[in-house]
Write a protein that binds this ligand. Structure first.
Ligand code: PDD
Length: 280
């Protein structure tokens, strides 16, 4: 459960705080969000998350008035109040509090909601089990909106199957996971879906591509098929909360294990920059 909640200037126990029924997040999911991992008051790659947040706000035409410094002040004050060794810092902005009409209400003020939730990171060696799921989402997957119904249904299917993550497949092409980006290693090359409107351009994905470059591992942003996924030397998933993880199975069939050294190079490079940046 989140330890700290913050809503439009009020701070407290999120289990006891309330949001107005007419917050458009409640009945439309009309807003966008970010989530990143923090160690104490150090949030990993916070600026990259704030940049992406701005892109989401622009895509939704939400006139959020906070500058980046004002937003960071709120986020850091929540992290300081929580003072957790490891936590997920989550924030969302909804368009307004207003009666339900589809068109945007006039002169309405966006609402900012923040939570800090303690999170014990999974052991770094922990591999993940994946299932595949049809990607039934829309054409705005690059925008981090609150509308996540296909994602939560797919992730629940994974959980019910004893797996960790569902990998979306659209017309035979692997797009991304329900809350992660998906990559493969094949013949020494890292492949990942292009950052177009079918995936969220993950902050961790961008770091992985950078680290591949620095480690001399060729990388290409090109779509790959479900067959390529299942025949890959290694399958990797990335997200702010999971870091860089190797898959051990897909749809119950063992996968990967053929390029462990390359995977380890990437995962350890990620852990190094995460630790360096979040050290007090
Ligand atoms: N999920 N794709 C989707 C659909 C996501 O929701 C996420 C992040 C990612 C990975 O992005 P990043 O590396 O920037 O975390 C890819 C977050 C963690 C969440 O919703 O909890």
């Amino acid at each position: 459960m989140p330890q700290i909640g913050w809503y439009n200037g009020m701070i407290g126990n999120p289990a006891e705080m309330t949001v107005p029924m007419l917050d458009r997040a409640v009945y439309f999911g009309d807003g966008c969000y970010e989530a990143c991992l923090a160690v104490g008051t150090n949030a990993f790659h916070l600026d990259a998350h704030i940049d992406r947040f701005r892109r989401s706000l622009n895509a939704l035409s939400i006139p959020f008035s906070y500058g980046s410094d004002a937003l960071k002040d709120v986020l850091y004050s929540c992290l300081a109040a929580a003072n957790e060794p490891s936590a997920v810092l989550y924030w969302q902005v909804s368009r307004a509090t207003a009666p339900r009409t589809h068109a945007f209400p006039k002169d309405a003020e966006p609402n900012l909601l923040v939570t800090v939730t303690p999170k014990t990171p999974l052991p770094r060696e922990r591999t993940v089990k994946l299932i595949t799921a049809e990607d039934v989402r829309y054409a705005m997957c690059d925008v981090k909106t609150l509308n996540l119904i296909p994602n939560i249904l797919a992730n629940q299917r994974a959980a019910s199957a004893g797996a960790d993550e569902a990998v979306f497949v659209r017309d035979g092409i692997v797009t991304e996971g329900s809350h992660t980006n998906v990559h493969i290693l094949k013949n020494g090359t890292l492949l990942t879906h292009p950052a177009d409107n079918r995936i969220l351009a993950g902050v961790t994905r961008a770091v992985l591509l950078e680290l591949a470059g620095e480690s001399g591992i060729p990388a290409a942003e090109r779509a790959f098929t479900e067959d390529e996924l299942k025949c890959a030397d290694e399958v990797l998933i990335t997200s702010s909360t999971l870091g860089v993880r190797r898959a051990e199975s897909i749809d119950g069939i063992a996968t990967g294990g053929k390029a462990e050294a390359l995977y380890r190079t990437l995962a350890q490079a990620y852990e190094r920059i995460f630790d360096r940046e979040t050290r007090a």
